[in-house]
Ligand binder design. Sequence first.
Ligand code: ADP
Length: 483
Amino acid sequence: LHSLLRDPSLLETRAYIGGQFVDGDTTFEVTNPARGDVIATVADVSRAQVAGAIAQAEAAQKDWAKWTGKERANVLRKWYDLMMANQEDLAVILTAEMGKPLTEARGEIAYGASFIEFFAEEAKRIYGETIPGHQRDKRITVLKQPIGVAASITPWNFPNAMITRKAGPALAAGCAFVARPAELTPLSATAIAVLADRAGIPAGVFSVVPSSNASETGLEFCENNAVRKLTFTGSTEVGRILMRQAADTVMKCSMELGGNAPFIVFDDADIDAAVEGAIMCKFRNNGQTCVCANRIYVQAGVYDEFAAKLKAAVEKMNIGDGLDDGIHFGPLINAKAVTKVQDHIADATAKGAKVILGGKPSELGGTFFQPTIVTGATTDMLFSSDETFGPLAPLFKFEDEDEVIALANDTIFGLASYFYAKDLSRVYKVAEELEYGIVGVNTGIISTEVAPFGGVKQSGLGREGSHHGIEDYLEMKYICMSV
Ligand code: ADP
């Protein structure tokens, strides 16, 4: 991997604590899912080291909070510039540890960096409020202040952007930040720590604590009184565990949890555009995102046409090592992910669905899997209620609007949803009635730093991105003054 990098010093295997790169008590291995080989041996920090990182963050935060918004903005802007200047190396590291095609990895680095840029700008715009007093001698002022130390736990599917989307607003607000990256993808996190150090982010304000034992680190984050905010992206199951643990310290939580995104194609849709949107939405990152379409509902009149066109388009796409050119599908993250896709296909075919494309592991071996489309999907099949998180597109047939809205909403999740239609009153009605935090209308891509990303129901709490995103890292204080 070193030889593929212009700046090999970005490949950092140590933890970053209190402004120093340090070893852990032990180490753990990181493998490349496309080749199965070990690419790095990374510091495995102990719970005591995590506690140390939190203590250093707590000390550093006090001064960081006193910096003006513009001063914080300036170093964050440098961090952003360094990320973009090193986009290619960061993308290569990301693909090597996670498997997504290099073009997607480059896109993720730009997307991840955009949160640092956006929140650098927002650092100057953390406005309070004055409220007319309730008595003649009273003056009321509302201050927005940083919460304090924020700790994050993030997944492997976006090893860069899931961290920057949290660290950007946290640092802009004046919080210190301790990041625990997923054990499968710590190198993208330590690489941005190298750049944070070069950008001049003060020691202790941003730390990275890789560990193979997620639950130990999670317990330290939740039980340590110095941590005031826990921000998590991952499964609803782990989110529930963390919220239970955080209850004892009444810690503020932001939770970006699982989804089960419906993607609806109405009979008045532009079918070619819907096919294109479905491919981006379903198959990006091999289906391994929490906003990927999981259930594709197609109105009866256009069902066959949509299925045929989707099949024809996906057939042309290439599977392979993400570091090679022209690849659309890398490997799945691990064997467990492959098993889940296979279970969902087996369950569906046993209940009457038909595989019209793929359906099997790829001849490339490893965790490569053929992109798969099944027709005849019904509500009793596993993917109706459970996120596949893989390259499986199930096509459900529906007759009318109210029926499909009810089907789409029939889930405990509420993160992203999508639909394609042209009729204006239909567009308004469906957009308003879908119980989701995000609705893509005639588009399959909804992620941007300028909009509030987040879910309703059991998909989470809080929003990331946009000027709203910084609120998750601020406390309100009101000062009541008698004059
Ligand atoms: P995914 O399917 O994306 O891996 P998880 O919710 O299992 O979703 O994992 C998301 C992150 O949470 C990962 O970094 C993982 O290591 C971490 N994690 C898993 N279990 C726990 C736990 N009990 N406490 C804290 N973190 C955990």
